[in-house]
Every structure is written in C-alpha cells, then in structure tokens.
Design a protein around this ligand. Structure first.
Ligand SMILES: N[C@@H]1[C@@H](O)[C@H](O)[C@@H](COP(=O)(O)O)O[C@@H]1O
Length: 249
C-alpha cells in the first residue's frame, strides 16, 4: 500500500503514465482530480505526455474533489482557476467534460446533492487522485468528518486555513468554508492513488501509517479500499519504517 519513489518527478512520471494507461484501457474513463501544489508536477508531466502521444481525451470526464466557498470560478485562488491553468487548458478539455463543485452558487445545499448524484449517474469514478492535508484531510474532509459523508460544505480548520493561506494576500481573504466531495464519494472510486511529497508531509504520513481506521484521521479509511496505493517521495516517507515501504521504480 505504501510506495516510496526517489523524487516527486519520479512520482509524476509514474502517475502520468498510469492515468494514460487508464484512459487507453477505457477511453470514456471518469477521473477524480485533486488540486494543491503536490499535483503540479503530475499535471505538468501528464499534459506533456498527452501532447507527445496525441492522446484522444474526447470521451474522458473529470470531477474535482473540492472548491472554496465564496470564490468566483475566475478568482486566481479558486480551484476552478487552478485546474484550467495547470491542466484543462493545456490538454484542451472542453467545459462540458469537466466538473468542479461550485462554491459560488445560489443554492449550495442543492449543489452538494447534485454533485454526488452526478458522479453516481455517470457510473462512478474509475480513478481518484488524492493529496493529503497536514492534518490528514482528503479533499476538504477535515478530521472527524463522517466516513459515510457525501458532498457537503465544511468549515475549514485553522490548521488548513494556515496551510493554504500562503496563496492569499492576507488572512482575511483566506476562505473559511469549502465544498467537498464526501469520504463515501471518494471511497466509491474504483481505484485511488494518494500522493504526498516533501518533508512537511513526513509527520502526517507517519500518523497515517500508524493510525487505526478512525475519523480523527480522515485518510485512514483508505486502508479499507481494495485498490489503494500511497505514493511518497523519500522526504515524505522518512518517518515510516523501510520494511513497510514498497518500490515501483
Ligand atoms: N483541498 C486540498 C486538498 O485536496 C489537498 O490534498 C491539500 C494538500 O495540498 P498541497 O498539495 O498543496 O500540500 O490541500 C488542499 O487543502
């Protein structure tokens, strides 16, 4: 379940190839996508490979995990903006193929209900890409989120606001709430890969490794998934015993 790679670039290379193989096997694949700085090298490599191989993405659909509440899609720190800048525009995915939950709509409760329903209506996620917060959150499912949750609005923890605040000009601008796929939505994906890179993720990865399945550590539920892989670079894996680490390259 736990895999260590020589570098973040090696993870990006492997993961990008894995996503390409998934699409070649199933051209109408439904992909669950994540944001955060961890994903930047992954999306960069994937976009390069799509271009190199002229991969046909016309039947692919994507669903993002989460979005800040209160930020318009064109706000430079919205996840909608991030996805267009770092992936969708580069690989020319049409707006009709990509879904993000909206944190900027008239009826957010309805948006929550419809987002989970839409994922199920299209047959569920074939693959879900995940990062992890330093408190163990996945998507924006903060500690003590119910494991059977579907898309919902969350109040962000102070820890998460501090972690993500680096992208905003000042503290007052850091959103207090977000809309996120629930843990049940994530767990229903047919395959999941979680990625963690950098020394600042070493502690949470050791906590995840040692944690029982417990809502205090949201990512711990992934240990129950039949097809979960956790990819780390050497820094993120540094507090996990070598004997528990597998390699793929
Ligand atoms: N909601 C996102 C998560 O989906 C992401 O996994 C996490 C880690 O981000 P980073 O990759 O920048 O460490 O950040 C945000 O909180």
């Amino acid at each position: 379940m736990f895999f260590v790679f020589p570098s973040a670039d090696a993870i990006a290379q492997h993961l990008s190839q894995h996503i390409i193989d998934t699409i070649k096997r199933k051209p109408n694949a439904v992909l669950g996508l994540a944001t955060g700085s961890t994903m930047l090298p992954v999306y960069q490599r994937f976009a390069e490979q799509v271009q190199e191989h002229a991969l046909d993405l016309s039947q692919v659909t994507t669903y993002n995990l989460d979005e800040y509440v209160g930020l318009a899609p064109e706000h430079p720190q919205s996840y909608n903006h991030y996805m267009h800048e770092h992936l969708f525009d580069k690989i020319k995915l049409d707006d009709s193929q990509v879904y993000l939950p909206s944190g900027h709509c008239a009826d957010i409760d309805l948006e929550c209900k419809e987002y989970s329903a839409k994922i199920q209506a299209c047959g569920g996620l074939d693959f879900q890409l995940l990062g992890i917060g330093t408190n163990g959150h996945i998507g924006f499912n903060e500690p003590y989120t119910a494991f059977d949750s579907q898309t919902h609005v969350v109040e962000l923890s102070e820890n998460t606001r501090i972690d993500n605040g680096r992208f905003f000009d000042n503290w007052a601008e850091v959103p207090t709430h977000a809309i996120t796929m629930g843990i049940q939505d994530i767990m229903q994906a047919k395959e999941i890969i979680l990625v963690a890179t950098g020394a600042h993720k070493a502690e949470v990865m050791a906590n995840l490794f040692n944690s029982p399945i417990d809502e205090a550590m949201p990512a711990s539920i992934l240990k129950q998934h039949p097809r979960i892989k956790i990819f780390m670079d050497q820094s993120a894996a540094s507090l996990i015993p070598d004997s528990a680490l597998n390699t793929l390259c």
